[in-house]
Design a binder for this molecule. Structure first.
Ligand code: GLN
Length: 190
């Protein structure tokens, strides 16, 4: 199995490191031809508007959508989750590019200035009993999931911060920055 990591902007190297520690082969995806080698794809955190523009510039938006629709598992973390949501709230007024793979709304920068960045222990039943220490950095929140979207984790039992629709996974936080590879292992099994 080769896991692709979109490497246009953001913290793709951190994802790569976790996967390499798990003994998984990785491929940085910068051009459409790189997609041919990968079985699944991670879209890292960074800046969703920038990554969106670069997806268009490098002709990657449609090929990724196409692979996703064909069943390739895709995991978006933070900015990556924004890019995978079908609806974006608080995006650029003129709209921003999106892969639009998951029937959910991502609200950008949902925690305001005071809580720009923080860490929290989350209950994630899919990962077992032990809580997951999550790092949030100018994170989005997920809202209005449609019926076949499963909530994977909530913050304070009300805000959705991780969700899944089939083989598409979204996390508003950065599991690649926690010293815990359970989300990576979960994605590898999708
Ligand atoms: N706030 C960023 C955005 O809107 C996401 C931040 C992140 O990926 N850590 O794209």
């Amino acid at each position: 199995m080769i896991v692709g990591i979109l490497a246009l902007q953001g913290d793709f190297r951190e994802h790569e490191l976790v996967l390499q520690q798990l003994g998984v082969s990785t491929q940085q995806v910068r051009l459409p031809k790189h997609l041919e080698y990968v079985d699944r794809l991670i879209i890292p955190g960074g800046e969703s508007t920038t990554i969106g523009k670069l997806l268009i510039l490098y002709n990657l938006l449609e090929p990724i959508q196409e692979r996703g629709h064909q069943g390739m598992p895709v995991w978006g973390t933070c900015a990556g989750a924004i890019l995978m949501a079908k609806h974006i709230a608080e995006g650029r007024p003129a709209g921003q590019p999106s892969l639009a793979l998951v029937d959910i709304t991502a609200k950008r920068n949902a925690f305001g200035r005071q809580l720009d960045s923080f860490e929290a222990d989350l209950d994630v039943p899919s990962l077992g009993a032990k809580s997951f220490h999550a790092v949030f950095i100018r994170a989005p929140l997920l809202e209005a999931p449609e019926t076949d979207v499963q909530t994977i984790a909530t913050l304070e039992e009300q805000h959705i911060v991780a969700a899944q629709q089939g083989s598409f996974l979204l996390t508003c936080f950065h599991p690649e920055l926690s010293d815990d590879d359970r989300f990576h292992r979960y994605f590898l099994e999708l």
